[in-house]
Design a protein around this ligand. Structure first.
Ligand SMILES: [Zn+2]
Ligand SMILES: [Zn+2]
Length: 214
């Protein structure tokens, strides 16, 4: 009952952070991360806004909201310094916008993101064996997504992650209200990508363990 990849109107999503949280709560979630797209043009606008929002979100709310970012379309050499900057500012969940087949992305983005201290490599497209092994050794989650277009390589990512023992995460990458599916629907995305129900349960356990530190 988590989704650690969402967008608000702080980047290209359509919802205010509060409405995003309320809609996820209504859909049955306990934890979300707001991970708006950032590069050097907007990082100092987005990070303070997300942190102000999450710091003021009630601690006793039934849904926990974690501050995050998605490092998107960065020139490869910027990943390491951007990640360091985000951590220093207090960002908890760092998503790397991987080499999806649905958009042009710099070749080598998967590798550059995995070599930085990110938490999740989103929609990694036709990820190489070496990059899957790197994700495993660094404990970085590879994303299986419900997002149309980015989901084209879900089965390949599942197959390689299982082969090399890398950790997976299921996420929405939501931008609009209709992208917010229920936990049961999200589970079906995993099953459709080739996971068994037991493997989905293992993913949930891994994420629960990861989230304990927040
Ligand atoms: Zn993305
Ligand atoms: Zn995204």
């Amino acid at each position: 009952m988590y989704n650690l990849h969402t967008h608000s109107l702080l980047s290209d999503g359509s919802l205010l952070c509060s409405e995003l949280a309320v809609r996820y709560l209504a859909a049955g979630y306990k934890v979300i991360a707001i991970t708006d797209h950032v590069d050097y043009s907007n990082i100092d606008l987005v990070i303070p806004a997300i942190l102000k929002f999450t710091h003021n979100w009630p601690k006793d709310s039934q849904i926990q909201v974690l501050p995050g970012v998605e490092l998107t379309h960065l020139p490869l050499g910027q990943f390491a310094s951007m990640v360091k900057y985000c951590r220093k500012k207090g960002i908890k969940i760092i998503v790397g916008h991987g080499e999806t087949t649905a958009e042009p992305v710099f070749q080598g983005t998967n590798r550059a993101a995995l070599e930085a201290d990110i938490d999740i490599l989103a929609h990694p497209g036709h990820i190489s064996d070496d990059d899957v092994k790197l994700a495993k050794s660094r404990g970085i989650f590879l994303e299986i997504t419900s997002r149309h277009g980015h989901d084209a390589t879900n089965s390949l990512v599942v197959k390689k992650a299982l082969k090399f023992g890398a950790k997976l995460i299921l996420s929405h990458d939501s931008h609009e209200p209709e992208d917010i599916i229920t936990p049961a629907q999200l589970k079906r995305v995993g099953l459709k990508a080739g996971l068994t129900a037991a493997q989905v349960a293992t993913i949930d356990k891994d994420i629960a363990k990861f989230l304990k530190k927040f």
